[in-house]
Design a protein around this ligand. Sequence first.
Ligand code: ADP
Length: 232
Amino acid sequence: MRRHAHPVVELAGVTKEYPGGVTALRGVGLTVLSGELLAIVGPSGSGKSTLLHIVGTLDRPSAGTVRIAGHDVAALSDRSLSALRSRHIGFVFQSFHLVPGLSARANVAEGLLYSGLPRAERGRRAARALERVGLGDRMDHRPHELSGGQKQRVAIARAVAGEPDLLLADEPTGALDTASGRSVMELLHELNEDGATIAVITHDGEIASSLPRQVRIRDGEVVEDTGPAGAA
Ligand code: ADP
């Protein structure tokens, strides 16, 4: 992995101040290499969501630099930034964010809407992604016909169908029972073994310690970073 690894995320001196005087991030530096699986872990209020928004290019920093897949976010217009986001980043949320009336397959295909692929190809890729997450027999089920764990697998299939450079998973097991949560984490490990770069945002120390790298955040600062696995 390391020989061909390249930086997917490069943050330097990232600070985020919200109106009203809250400084949610203070001088955060973070580099994520391709092929990594890491946890961004910290208690409630430590700045995890803010960091997720900045790494996910949903928000811009007040100061500091953000590069995603080599692109300096500050140099991009909002429109170019959303193109960058749809091409390079997949999101998984605690509460799944699936479209209620749509089949699993249509939900996953939605994730490919901006890929420029023809509709039929989007459908084929969606089917393949669902097979990849073990839901080949649930393609036509709508979200209310799926268990929580299955819904999260659909959301993960949607996030990875376009083969993003980075998968950002925000408390991906937060709404699941222990067994489903464990199997979702196993799936993330498998996807990482197949080459996906994955950052899991969590307050859960146990989940964090099950991953190869932990970035600990507290009061808006990185207080510990175990670094890329295998790095000197
Ligand atoms: P976490 O995800 O770790 O719980 P957040 O990033 O949500 O932490 O919050 C970090 C700090 O920033 C908190 O003190 C929170 O109250 C504050 N904060 C978060 N979002 C906003 C916002 N939109 N406006 C003002 N303050 C915010």
